[in-house]
Design a protein around this ligand. Structure first.
Ligand code: ADP
Length: 414
């Protein structure tokens, strides 16, 4: 065996296979636990109780240096890792769970220190210090395991890079879509504004000549009524008169929309008997239609405080729609009944084509028509919109429900 004196400080220690040769008599106070602890800390850096590791057992140079250099390499790496972790934490504030990284840093540093001490012990047998460092390493290791275990559920929930990338892609697509939607909405609004402007100008411009034609036709009808010789042209004049009335109500609708858009729908409220109003309205509308049977039911003494002409307009719209969208000779029922808070409910039920459930929400929108049926009937989808605005201006409610298997019930409450 090689003499280690040449390798360790030239201190003449005796070297042997069991190291017992070197041991000085132990001094643990009275030998109890507390006195052992006290003695341990008092002699923390005292190495007199052991020989340097070179002298403990039989180490060849190769074996000893293999041990020492490996420990130093492990220590160097263990000290480098925390520096890298520290750099990551200080540069990337978005790193999840930074606290556990601090625990890792402490744990790795202490592990490295145990290896450094293991190498140093070849010359400086500080076994007490080594035991203390190991204790600290054990404590921080247990804490790290515990903290890591508690974090596991959150770590499992962390999204993977692929998932994050997919989410970012999805968000980009949604933003793109929303931007596209905004452009479309803006374009639609601009178009609507232009349409409103055109409607306003056109209806105002058309109103005057049509009023003149209507007045002239009325004069002609009066002359025809008094003159039998002109009977041959009477049907033409009546037909023209009918068409002019249609045109007038169309222009009135357009003018109403213009007023509503401008917030200029004015009400002239008064108390009136709603039954009477309904009866007059039914008579007037029926004289134009003449193909349906209409009944009116309800309390004859009910009065309301509202704009007579506007409520008449709403009922007239309900009735003309009921006539238009139900087969000839079917029944149309008008019902008037009192509801809570002194209000009244007026409804018009028909036995017509009905309205699909998915269209009911839009039925009071401007220019809305039920696509698959509307092309068979004339109209521009403004009547119900105007009606809903009139009822809203009265602070009332308007709605539509199914009339059993066939037809609809349009109603309002004011
Ligand atoms: P218009 O009848 O001129 O198209 P409205 O605003 O009065 O305009 O009605 C809007 C749409 O509602 C109509 O195009 C029609 O599709 C539907 N509708 C209205 N009333 C009825 C009804 N009584 N039965 C079935 N569909 C109706």
């Amino acid at each position: 065996m090689k003499d280690k004196v040449s390798l360790v400080n030239k201190v003449p220690v005796k070297c042997g296979p069991s190291c017992y040769d070197h041991r000085v008599p132990p001094d643990f106070g009275n030998g109890g636990f507390i006195s052992q602890v006290k003695s341990f800390f008092a002699k923390l850096f005292d190495t007199a109780d052991w020989p340097a590791r070179w002298h403990c057992g039989n180490w060849s140079d190769f074996h000893g240096w293999l041990y020492i250099l490996s420990d130093i390499a492990i220590w160097a790496a263990y000290f480098a890792i925390p520096f890298l972790l520290f750099r990551i934490i200080s540069k990337r504030k978005d790193i999840p769970f930074p606290k556990i990284l601090w625990l890792f840093i402490g744990f790795i540093l202490l592990c490295g220190t145990t290896h450094l001490l293991d190498a140093i012990i070849f010359w400086w047998p500080a076994y007490r210090l080594s035991a203390l460092v190991r204790l600290f390493t054990a404590i921080i290791s247990v804490f790290t395991v515990f903290a890591l275990y508690r974090l596991l559920p959150m770590i499992y929930r962390l999204r993977t890079l692929d998932e994050l990338e997919a989410e970012i892609e999805e968000r980009k697509r949604a933003e793109e879509q929303s931007r596209h939607q905004q452009v479309l909405t803006k374009a639609a609004e601009d178009l609507m504004a232009k349409k409103d402007e055109f409607m306003s100008i056109a209806s105002h411009e058309l109103k005057t000549p049509i009023t003149t034609v209507k007045a002239s036709l009325q004069v002609l009808e009066r002359i025809l009524a008094q003159n039998d010789e002109l009977a041959v042209i009477a049907p033409f004049v009546h037909r023209s008169s009918k068409q002019i009335n249609k045109l007038t109500s169309l222009i009135d609708e357009l003018l109403d929309v213009t007023r509503i858009q401008a917030g200029q729908l004015q009400l002239h409220k008064e108390d009136f008997n709603i039954m009477k109003m309904a009866a007059e309205c039914v008579e007037q509308c029926q004289s134009v239609d003449g193909m349906h049977h209409v009944t009116i039911q309800g309390d004859e003494n009910l009065t309301v405080f509202a704009d007579y002409n506007r409520i008449d307009q709403v009922l007239c719209n309900f009735l003309t729609n009921a006539f238009k969208y139900s087969p000839e000779h079917t029944l149309v029922e008008v019902n008037i009944s009192p509801v809570d808070n002194g209000k009244i409910k007026l409804s018009v039920a028909d036995r017509g084509i009905g309205i699909p459930d998915d269209k009911k929400d839009n039925i009071f929108d401007r220019f809305f028509r039920v696509e698959n049926t509307s092309h068979k009937y004339s109209g521009i989808g403004l009547g119900l919109y105007i009606s809903s605005q009139i009822i809203a201006a009265h602070g009332g409610q308007i709605g539509v429900t199914d009339n059993g298997a066939n037809g609809t019930i349009f109603w309002f409450i004011i």
